[in-house]
Design a protein around this ligand. Structure first.
Ligand SMILES: Nc1ncnc2c1ncn2[C@@H]1O[C@H](COP(=O)(O)OP(=O)(O)OP(=O)(O)O)[C@@H](O)[C@H]1O
Length: 208
């Protein structure tokens, strides 16, 4: 079976700096893999290689057996990512923005409305849905970014430290949603320093 994600000797060297040492692994459909390692060991660099925002200097990465091509609409449909900050609109409420992303993928449909309601509720944002982005805390803003990322369809989701700014209870909410999506077939590659997220994963890429 073709893996959803594959890295084969993927490495990034710039001048005399190693951003990512050669790394090889494969992630299958519905599997949750984490990327661990100390600060500066290349976790974000690896996710950026899959997201198409960082070129490798050796080896390769592929998504469903094909090179990363984020300008290709077919490829973009395969992958959602929260690696770089998500652009937000200052003059739309949280719920309106999640609904907009859902509608851009599912159309102005019952599926879009249902998906919006579910992800907002599962991430504990129901009471904050009518607020604007400047009216929420750092942790609530992180949950909003996760909602924007997880409301869309994807065969694979890249997440860079989803636990950022979150308390234990909220990390558990995120872990629960990831488990549910994985059960439905979505694969995850999650860079994390959180032991509970690591424990919930099916596989692990240890860097450094
Ligand atoms: N543009 C760049 N030029 C040179 N070195 C860089 C550049 N970007 C990142 N690095 C270096 O590459 C290494 C890997 O960085 P990366 O952000 O991938 O690490 P990380 O494992 O995600 O770290 P953290 O846990 O702190 O988020 C680090 O040593 C960093 O200093």
């Amino acid at each position: 079976m073709v893996p959803v994600l594959a890295a084969d000797g993927a490495a990034v060297e710039l001048a005399d700096t190693t951003l990512l040492a050669p790394t090889t692994f494969e992630v299958g459909p519905g599997e949750r893999w984490c990327v661990t390692g100390g600060n500066g060991t290349g976790k974000t660099t690896l996710l950026r290689a899959f997201a198409g925002t960082r070129s490798l200097t050796a080896g390769s990465v592929s998504v469903r057996g094909e090179p990363v091509a984020m300008t290709d609409p077919r490829h973009r449909r395969l992958m959602a990512s929260l690696v770089e900050p998500v652009p937000v609109a200052r003059d739309m409420t949280l719920r309106e923005q999640v609904a907009l992303v859902a509608a851009s993928w599912y159309g102005n449909s019952a599926a879009a409305a249902e998906g919006t309601g579910r992800v907002v509720e599962r991430l504990g944002l129901s009471a904050l849905g009518e607020r604007f982005p400047h009216q929420v805390s750092s942790g609530q803003s992180q949950l909003f970014s996760l909602a924007l990322t997880l409301v869309r369809p994807a065969d694979v989701v890249l997440l860079d430290e989803p636990e950022r700014h979150l308390d234990r209870h909220r990390v558990d909410l995120v872990a629960g949603l990831l488990a549910e999506r994985a059960e439905a077939g979505t694969a995850f590659l999650v860079a994390t320093h959180d032991p509970a997220l690591v424990a919930a994963c099916d596989g692990r890429v240890e860097l450094g």
